[in-house]
Design a binder for this molecule. Structure first.
Ligand code: ZN
Length: 65
């Protein structure tokens, strides 16, 4: 099992070959952009405006950005 990091979803453990392909697909679809929340340079899918940690904070009802 390996751990992979992705700015869209954060850390995740992957065992399955299919999931590794999914991870690479996510990375391929991601572009370097500035997160609307923390202002960090992150690799996100085009339709995403926030990195994983900001998205989590927003989910918990915190005021981000
Ligand atoms: Zn952020």
């Amino acid at each position: 099992m390996s751990s992979y990091y992705d700015d869209n979803f954060g850390w995740y453990d992957i065992e399955d070959e299919d999931d590794v392909s999914f991870y690479h697909q996510m990375q391929a679809e991601s572009v370097l952009k500035i997160c609307n929340g923390c202002g960090r340079k992150v690799k996100l899918r085009r339709q995403y405006g926030y990195c994983n940690s900001c998205a989590n904070a927003i989910e918990m009802g915190m005021d981000v950005g």
